[in-house]
Design a protein around this ligand. Structure first.
Ligand code: NAD
Length: 292
């Protein structure tokens, strides 16, 4: 199956999912309500294809073929019914995701997925008429480089839906894990724990962000330190996840005040140019940002 693949939300994750789905031969519709974000996503996708050609990963013809398979849409209402897959990648807020999923379900997709990092699938499925077709499809950032797809099975998810998701992972070149529906699943619960503690350590002035990261990279063989990873994910995204996990598991996931302050100040990490590091043209600049 390389049919129609709809992605809702053209932020960090949505555009990555669209890029990978187009590369796997799907006709992709990328739905984004914010005009500026939509234009930025189109430009970023263009850069990704150009870079793939420059690096010899795709021929110019292949890149042009992938590019031609992605169409930007301003609303779900513009998408024709009965796509094969719909994946929502809108911000990590329950009400917003529920509204988007309910509207997406109206298109009668074969498979309906959420890229949520932490919200239980059961809660997202609550307003759905066909929860058996719905599950978590948790991609990782950057989607084109990360092999994992966390497939999250809700209480109402049908076995065929899980099987279809695992098969989809293979077609997208991803390696799936199938996990039970618990807040934070297998990945965010552990990853966010580390990120939040690293932020508390910055606030406690244990070491600089660069040295905290270096300690984990050199001492524990993490490919990226927890603070740089927080910058890559987005501080606002991590704050939303922390709040979801706090509601589920209690104070051990309470967001550190420094994280709340930084998000309020617009220091969102790579996407805003400033987080625990300074970012220029999508690259980490020398030295550290005004993380505090
Ligand atoms: P983002 O803020 O970069 O992008 C979200 C996009 O959705 C924005 O462009 C926004 O304008 C758009 N949007 C909002 N409402 C919409 C609607 N009704 N219809 C269409 N578009 C709409 O967020 P992100 O980092 O891409 O995260 C998206 C989801 O993926 C979240 O659930 C997040 O938890 C999850 N996730 C994020 C990462 C990460 O590293 N950033 C990793 C895995 C999962």
């Amino acid at each position: 199956m390389s049919g129609r693949f709809v992605v809702v939300g053209a932020g960090t994750m949505g555009l990555g999912i669209a890029y990978v789905a187009a590369g796997a031969g799907h006709a992709v519709e990328l739905v984004e309500v914010d005009r500026g974000r939509s234009e930025a996503a189109a430009a970023r996708l263009g850069e990704l294809w150009d870079r793939a050609v420059q690096r010899g990963k795709l021929s110019a013809d292949e890149a042009a073929g992938h590019r031609a398979r992605v169409t930007l849409r301003a609303a779900l209402a513009e998408v024709a019914p009965e796509p094969d897959v719909v994946v929502e990648a809108v911000p990590e807020r329950l009400d917003l995701k529920r509204a988007v999923l309910r509207e997406a379900e109206g298109l009668r997709p074969v498979l309906l997925g959420s890229n949520t990092s932490s919200i239980p699938i059961a809660e997202l499925a609550d307003p759905l008429a066909r929860p058996e077709r719905f599950l978590g499809l948790h991609f990782f950032n950057p989607v084109w480089a990360m092999a994992l797809l966390e497939v999250v099975v809700g209480p109402a998810t049908a076995r065929e839906t899980t099987e279809a998701a695992v098969a989809l992972a293979g077609r997208l070149g991803k390696d799936p894990v199938v996990v039970r529906d618990m807040p934070g699943f297998a990945t965010s619960r552990l990853g966010v724990t580390l990120g939040l503690e690293a932020i508390r350590m910055v606030a406690d002035q244990v070491a600089s962000p660069a040295d905290i990261d270096k300690a984990m990279v050199l001492g524990y063989r993490h490919p990226v330190g927890p603070l740089e990873l927080t910058d890559l994910v987005g501080l606002d995204v991590r704050l939303d996840i922390a709040r979801t996990l706090q509601a589920a598991y209690g104070e051990r996931f309470a967001p550190p005040p420094l994280l709340v302050e930084m998000v309020a100040a617009g220091k969102l990490g790579k996407k805003s140019g400033q987080g625990f590091y300074r970012w220029v043209d999508g690259r980490k600049a020398d030295g550290e940002g005004a993380g505090r």
